[in-house]
Design a protein around this ligand. Structure first.
Ligand code: SDX
Length: 392
């Protein structure tokens, strides 16, 4: 068995690396990026600034941020032939599957960014993907709606440009709505990194074989897609809608979530690390109330979410298992208020998590971490001889 004596399913008690990027305290509900609290960053920073902080370790000076922004804008063109690949997908294709494929396909159009060793080559690959990923995400959404694809407007900020590429109406001037942009900026910041979660561990292990940044990110997008991970934000809204259709009968769904025979889980509840509350959920819940209020939107699903959360938080089953609302529980309510289609919610998560994945990949490569290759405990057959098919 190669000396392995214990197995740790889901790596619940296994550390995979040392990292200086993100600090979590699950008991106290603390989340910090490079030592800064997310509460401060969500209030005072913008997404590109936080991306720079995560990737390079310090809050940028005005010059550094301006150069990062300009270098990214230089790379915002995506090869027109990528549209032929996008056109190959049926409109019904899930955007996360499309994005994972397109991110991998980008390698063919940017051969120099496959595997990179020098800091300069890493920087070039990083600004390329920071620039092109939002374009691909917006194209994925517009393709489903048969809307024209464009490259946005480099006179806008990173988040404004993302929003314009997603929502600009053909033959109509694009209008910036500060409430919407600020809400989006805050959501992207709150999703930006979360230490060694499932998709980040995927990015690290794929990157550890020196498959390159884009290939590692493509794998991370696939891992995030799962409903137990980033896909939960879409599953939460689908669950809340089902409860609404069911006359708002939250008790029935709480019962289903507790019933071991029933595979149904309360989506958006529970977390591997946070055992008191997810600090992001607290901020997002408050932001949901503010954004809906500012936009004058009445969404019954918010009331259902609050009611469901209240009942669960008083229910012994959830209290005993320390299950609380996580980042995905309220985020979809804001995305919906911003007009983002449900099937794009996990893409929004990926857009936020992009700088986190990049920072973790860069740290792993700069530290020259070894290729990830765990062992096992063998529980199969002992040695046995081959049998001809006639004798089987
Ligand atoms: C994210 O890791 C990260 O940091 C992820 C993330 C990030 O930023 O990268 O924070 C983003 O993925 C948030 C989580 C989104 N997923 C969901 O909301 C899906 C629903 N939640 C669960 O499936 C679950 O809580 C997990 C996946 C989040 C955590 O799973 P664990 O740590 O493996 O816990 P578990 O499945 O072993 O559950 C422990 C117990 C079990 O009951 P018992 O066997 O002890 O009786 O709690 C129960 C579970 O059945 N349980 C739930 C539940 N979550 C756990 N029961 C009902 N509903 C739930 N949501």
């Amino acid at each position: 068995t190669g000396g392995v004596t214990t197995i740790d399913p889901g790596f619940k008690n296994t550390g995979s690396c040392e990292s200086a990027i993100t600090f979590l305290d699950g008991e106290k509900g603390i989340l910090r990026y490079r030592g800064y609290s997310i509460e401060e960053l969500a209030e005072k920073a913008d997404f590109l600034e936080v991306a720079y902080l995560l990737i390079f370790g310090e809050l940028p000076t005005a010059e550094q941020l301006d150069k990062f922004d300009k270098d990214i804008k230089e790379e915002s063109h995506v090869d027109e032939d990528m549209k032929k690949i996008l056109d190959g997908f049926p409109k019904s294709a899930h955007p996360m599957g499309v994005l994972s494929s397109l991110t991998s396909a980008l390698i063919a159009f940017n051969p120099g960014s496959v595997d990179v060793d020098s800091e300069e080559a890493m920087y070039n690959a990083i600004v390329k993907i920071m620039a092109k990923f939002p374009v691909l995400a917006a194209w994925t959404m517009r393709k489903r709606k048969s809307l024209p694809l464009d490259y946005g407007d480099n006179s806008l900020s990173y988040v404004e440009n993302l929003h314009k590429m997603m929502f600009a109406k053909p033959n109509k001037a694009y209008e910036l709505n500060k409430i919407v942009i600020d809400a989006l900026d805050k959501l992207l910041i709150l999703h930006a990194d979360h230490e060694q979660n499932c998709s980040t561990s995927t990015v690290r292990i794929v990157g550890s074989s020196h498959a390159g940044l884009f290939a590692s990110l493509s794998a991370g997008i696939s891992a995030l897609w799962g409903p137990l991970h980033g896909g939960a934000n879409q599953a939460v809204i689908e669950m809340l809608e089902a409860i609404k259709e069911d006359g708002g009968d939250t008790a029935k769904y709480i019962q289903k979530a507790k019933d071991k025979e029933d595979p149904f889980r309360l989506m958006g509840f529970g977390h591997r690390v946070y055992k008191n509350f997810d600090p992001r959920a607290k901020i997002i819940k408050k932001s949901a109330e503010e954004v809906l209020g500012d936009l004058g939107i009445e969404d019954p699903v918010l009331d259902i979410a609050k009611g469901l959360s209240q009942v669960a938080l008083e229910d012994e089953y959830f209290v005993k298992r320390k299950l609380y609302p996580n980042v995905d529980f309220y985020s979809g309510i804001i995305y919906r208020a911003l007009g983002i289609p449900t099937e794009m919610f996990t893409v929004m998560f990926a857009l936020g998590r992009l700088p986190g994945w990049i920072s973790q990949w860069r740290e792993m490569r700069l530290r020259k971490e070894p290729i990830g290759r765990p062992r096992q405990i063998y529980t199969g057959e002992n040695l046995r001889s081959f049998k001809d098919i006639a004798d089987r």
